[in-house]
Write a protein that binds this ligand. Structure first.
Ligand SMILES: [Zn+2]
Length: 213
């Protein structure tokens, strides 16, 4: 191969390479968020007071409320489930490798009668975006603190939950409270409160979207 031929080939390769690259960078990808409603199908999650409503039903109700209310064009929402479906933890996190989202939020509740009423946030130190995940938790905590009683903020914690450490993007889990406490369960199962929570979560995600650029 002559030097001249080699030079031309190199230039053409560069042009093709750049040409393929530039438009993709220029096209702004919306801030993409995966909402993961914990549990589902044969996995009910926590069973609450008087076994009335399982965790899976409440997490899905809030996820579906987010879907109903989300209008911001700058944010694309994806959902790990939209019905009473069972998904393995691996299937939930696999979505983050496929879709390359900017954030993964897992929604859960707990069944401890001892834990203080309120919500808490978890992120994982083992997530490849641990620092950003922690920063996001801080922003969420500040924003959600506005809701206040009966939904106080009780802290940010580190936990190596599978859905936090294996997600290929910043992630956090929000535990919305205990369904073993009759008062909390009554509050969390009320559709107006679920709609309010979803609306607050959307507001918070909008703040995170602003923070991302
Ligand atoms: Zn759970």
């Amino acid at each position: 191969m002559s030097k001249r031929y080699l030079a031309i080939t190199l230039v053409i390769t560069l042009i093709i390479g750049l040409g393929m690259h530039i438009p993709r960078k220029a096209a702004k990808k919306p801030f993409t968020v995966v909402i993961d409603a914990g549990h589902g199908g044969h996995d009910p999650g926590a069973i609450g007071y008087e076994s009335s409503i399982p965790e899976k039903t409440i997490t899905l109700a809030i996820s579906n409320e987010i879907k109903k209310q989300a209008k911001n064009k700058k944010i694309k929402f994806l959902y790990t489930r939209e019905g009473d479906d069972f998904l393995t933890l691996k299937e939930r996190t696999a979505l983050t490798s496929l879709e390359e989202p900017d954030l993964f939020i897992s929604i859960h509740l707990n069944n401890s009668a001892k834990i203080k009423t309120g919500y808490k946030l978890f992120y994982s130190d083992s997530n490849q975006f641990a620092d950003l995940s922690q920063q996001y938790c801080q922003i969420v905590a500040n924003e959600l603190a506005l809701i206040g009683d009966p939904f106080p903020f009780t802290g940010i914690k580190q936990a190596n939950f599978f859905v936090l450490k294996k997600t290929a993007c910043p992630s956090f889990l929000i535990d919305l409270g205990s369904i073993s406490k009759p008062k909390d369960l009554a509050w969390l199962t009320h559709t107006d409160n679920q709609a309010e929570l979803a609306s607050q979560l959307i507001d918070v995600i909008e703040q995170l979207e602003k923070h991302s650029h």
